[in-house]
Design a protein around this ligand. Structure first.
Ligand code: IPD
Ligand code: CA
Ligand code: CA
Ligand code: CA
Length: 282
């Protein structure tokens, strides 16, 4: 099995790197929206995903795929026990379009519903994050670990707010922020879920939280965080679910537990406020 995973890894890695290089020369391309004004797509998102799927399919015709752009047409199928490649051809498309260099290609492999391999490449920084289950996580071939932080008061925390246009999340954000700003050392919001996870893995960030994502935003990155010694749960402290991903990724379990104390306080306050409001509705 291990040799087999290594074979998958060795086959896919050059494809990801080649695709990444193409982004470096991207210019004068059209930008389309996919239904919402903030949901952008370029020819590069489509081309990269098509290439990865085509090449892997040629070599392993029975493998399955969940890719952001093809899901737009076919929907997200169920996750089976078959080897399934989960692809975000460009994570941080908004950043890419604005030449913010926090952009990457992300591909993860899930077998028997277990995350087994993750490859993430940011061509603009020439940073390659990789992990195979049970073998640690690497940045450009060098083994990496999370910061190991256990004190929320010293944490640099990334809260991803790029889906803030979804009204159902407004309240949740507001109450969390209210408590978090009094607690953490600093906030970031990178606009690239996958790299946010990788930065927890390499210790640049101490924790990263995001709601309302898709499998391709999390598949490779969550494995990379775990292989770097980090702790990942869903954003409410329950078990992380790859097919309905929202998460808190932390350098340590201790840090995660401290975030969850805040999460519960914020939640309680949010529900009390909601109930109070309802009482006064005529
Ligand atoms: C987006 C980014 C962003 C997150 C959004 C995602 P995309 O992915 O990961 O950080 O907040 O919800 O949709 O569209 O650039 O691949
Ligand atoms: Ca997108
Ligand atoms: Ca994404
Ligand atoms: Ca994308």
């Amino acid at each position: 099995m291990c040799d087999q995973i290594q074979e998958y890894f060795d086959f896919v890695l050059p494809l990801v790197k080649e695709s990444g290089k193409e982004l470096l020369t991207a210019e004068n391309y059209d930008v389309e929206t996919k239904g919402f004004v903030y949901d952008l797509v370029t020819i590069y998102d489509r081309k990269i995903e098509e290439l990865l799927i085509k090449k892997i399919k040629q070599r392993w015709p029975n493998h399955k795929f969940i890719g952001e752009e093809e899901s737009e047409v076919n929907g997200i199928g169920n996750l089976t026990d078959d080897p399934t490649w989960i692809i975000d051809p460009i994570d941080g498309t908004g950043n890419f379009i604005r030449k913010l260099k926090i952009t990457c290609i992300s591909i993860g492999l899930v077998i028997n519903k277990e995350q087994t391999l993750g490859i993430v490449y940011n061509p603009f920084m020439d940073e390659l994050y990789t992990a195979i289950k049970g073998q640690g996580a690497y940045l450009n071939g060098k083994k990496m670990n999370t910061s190991g932080l256990k004190d929320i008061g010293k944490a640099i925390f990334n809260y991803e707010i790029s889906i803030a246009r979804k009204p159902s999340y407004y309240d949740l954000y507001m109450y969390r922020f209210k408590h978090l700003i009094k607690t953490v050392l600093g906030f970031r919001s990178l606009g690239c879920a996958v790299l946010g996870l990788c930065y927890v893995a390499d210790g640049r960030l101490d924790a990263y939280q995001c709601d309302g994502l898709y499998p391709w935003d999390a598949a490779a990155g969550v494995l990379i965080v775990r292989e770097a010694g980090g702790y990942v749960c869903d954003s409410r402290g329950k078990e992380f679910n790859l097919m309905d991903p929202n998460f808190l990724a932390s350098a340590t379990k201790t840090l995660s537990d401290q975030f969850m104390v805040i999460e519960r306080k914020a939640d309680e306050e949010r529900l009390n406020a909601r109930n109070a409001k309802q009482e006064f509705v005529p």
